[in-house]
Design a protein around this ligand. Structure first.
Ligand code: NIG
Ligand code: FE
Length: 421
């Protein structure tokens, strides 16, 4: 039997649909295509029709009795949010480091002393695959509760072949077992593991000669990401790793210019990365190079807040023609949150995006940053029925009434997975 969901009478249905293809730039980021008294018809998980309620009542007048109807009167309806940058599959937690940072230690000092990413690497290496599945599943449940229906997930807490593969297999399993779509990224170049200290080039060779072939062989990742940062991987090392990944069909991403300016934005444009992440300290030349190359800036304002740093220059990037996406960066050290609504608010407050730009950055452009825009990121016929119904009336309130979870119902592929009505 066909499973039909009909959401009707939304006071604002923000479809995010536009005729153009590819990530949105400049003023197109403000166009979120709102239908008043909007309606969506979903059949077996796929959106079949979108329009005003009156249009859909006419179109489906003979089949209305087949549908499970939700009356969205008084509510905002949007596409499921997309989080294009997470480190969701990790073991343990690091709340004690938070206290140390508040007492004055910096993020890099803690990492260089064997904490930070290294601490999580130890805990992830020690965790059994089943434990990692359970911990990650809890975080994915929390994403869903905050209206997120698709996430990217990185490895990078194994830093050896065995544990990198374990993290990626955990994500593959959850892709099958959890309603959320998880798009996997290999990030063996998240840090140089302590056992390779002083032998950084050897670790780069290990990534290139052993990890990349194994990851590709098992088809465990779509993207290849590098932490290009002073004291982690140099731009030269990063380029070698990303170029090597390309030979295996892995698309480059870069953690760029997060802590110090280091030419990461320029490198992203040069290697044809789909996106560059963080960019707190990106240079004007780097931003211009990204605009020219069409590299998506994936900005992480919750990380900047949590590290007590100035956020990236999102306003300047949009005005300069860079397509912008936003993300939680969900990870145990610099941003332990699953709240994309908070990130949308911070995009407005700390980067001066408009509420509609923030919504575009958290849906359609975020989908583009993980090559999922043909399936998710907007409400259009042919796409997955990934929908959020919010307990508020309009899109401005979504960014304005902050720090509160306004999710009322979530559908993933046409199945209601959250119901708080
Ligand atoms: O994106 N900057 C590098 N990696 C992560 C943090 C990882 C961690 O602290 O565990 C980030 O912020
Ligand atoms: Fe990150």
């Amino acid at each position: 039997m066909t499973n039909i969901v009909w959401i009707k009478h939304a006071s604002q249905l923000a479809t995010l649909a536009q005729p153009s293809k590819g990530p949105r730039i400049k003023d197109d980021m403000n166009n979120i295509s709102i239908i008043r008294d909007g309606s969506v018809w979903i059949e077996d998980g796929i959106i079949q029709a979108v329009g005003t309620t009156r249009q859909l009542e006419e179109q489906f007048k003979d089949r209305a009795h087949e549908a499970v109807i939700t009356d969205a009167k008084g509510h905002l309806v949007t596409p499921g949010l997309v989080d294009p940058h997470t480190h969701v599959a990790y073991g343990g937690s690091r709340e004690r480091e938070f206290e140390r940072r508040l007492q004055g230690a910096t993020y890099m000092e803690i990492m260089n002393a064997g904490g930070g990413i290294h601490a999580t690497t130890t805990m992830t290496r020690e965790a059994k695959e089943e434990e990692l599945v359970q911990q990650t599943k809890r975080r994915l449940d929390s994403f869903l509760q905050h209206g997120v229906t698709t996430v990217e997930g990185k490895s990078g807490y194994g830093l050896n072949l065995e544990t990198e593969l374990k993290q990626l297999r955990v994500m593959k399993r959850l892709q099958a077992e959890h309603p959320i779509d998880i798009i996997p990224t290999f990030m063996g170049a998240h840090a140089v593991p302590t056992e390779y200290k002083g032998r950084e080039e050897e670790y780069v060779d290990y990534i290139i000669n052993e990890m990349l072939p194994a990851v590709s062989n098992e088809k465990l990742a779509v993207f290849n990401d590098v932490f290009c940062e002073v004291g982690v991987f140099t731009p030269e090392q990063s380029e070698r790793i990303l170029e090597a990944g390309k030979k295996y069909g892995l698309i480059p991403k870069i953690h760029a210019d997060e802590i110090e300016p280091y030419g990461g934005a320029e490198l992203a444009a040069k290697v044809g990365a789909i996106s560059a992440e963080h960019l707190l300290k990106a240079s004007d030349e780097g931003i211009a190079a990204m605009a020219k190359a069409g590299t998506i800036a994936c900005l992480l304002p919750a990380t900047a807040l949590f590290l007590r740093e100035q956020a990236a220059e999102g306003r300047k990037m949009i005005d300069g023609g860079v397509p912008v996406a936003i993300s939680t960066d969900c990870n145990p050290g610099s941003s332990p949150t699953t709240s994309m609504p908070l990130v949308m608010n911070l995009a407005c407050i700390s980067m001066r995006l408009t509420p509609s730009e923030a919504l575009t950055a958290a849906t359609y452009n975020a989908a583009c940053a993980i090559q999922m825009e043909d399936k998710v990121g907007s409400i259009e016929p042919g796409k997955q029925g990934d929908i959020v119904l919010w307990d508020i009336a309009n899109y401005q309130e979504l960014q304005y009434l902050f720090g509160v979870n306004h999710v009322r119902s979530v559908w993933k592929k046409g199945v209601k997975v959250i119901d708080r009505s």
